[in-house]
Design a protein around this ligand. Sequence first.
Ligand code: SF4
Length: 226
Amino acid sequence: MQEYSQPRTEKLEFPHPSNKVLMHSCCAPCAGELMEAIAEAGIEQTIFFYNPNIHPLKEYNIRKEENIRYAEKLGIPFIDADYDVQDWFARAKGMERDPERGRRCTMCFDMRFARTALYAAENGFNVITSSLGISRWKNMEQINDCGKRMASAYDGVEYWDYNWRKDGGGARMYEIAKREEFYAQQYCGCIYSLRDTNEWRESKGREKIEIGETWYEEKLQGKNDS
Ligand code: SF4
């Protein structure tokens, strides 16, 4: 049992007799608290890593490897799903300038939950959940709506909308990330969030984050529709 400044006080109440969850993970820093909480509650879990919204590819691989490293440490099965980034960009068309928490993010959550729910339906999971909502930068209601909507497409699959921030979850998330020395990402994931972060950094006189991969740079400039 780890020591935390805000230890967990509530027992997790799992919403289904199967006691087994497919947990969509967006990254190790966010998923760390869920992984520990679910394991400590004696709930069987499998991590589903499906995040074609993380750009460029180098950044995607870093975030994924960090998550695999921690899953291996805790002995949690890890499903490495596709990186169908072309499909993500096709769906994001026309929403490139939308602000974070807007339509593009709804599309992005829907896409990730749709694949998670499909995998759950095909592989005997009745419950899915996600690390996406633990970050205070995210709109939890927007995420829960997407999760429930996508799960409802499959009989016998439900979305567990537990508030992972409560009972000190948000604080432990940071403590776990620090203790495990997770790679600290500087933007949400897509090149549009990277662009917006860089515009903000520029306005504050801070150094910009380089993309460093031509395909994505062209995509950001609207030159690459492949
Ligand atoms: S800002 Fe984040 S949640 Fe929104 S579309 Fe980009 S990667 Fe997805």
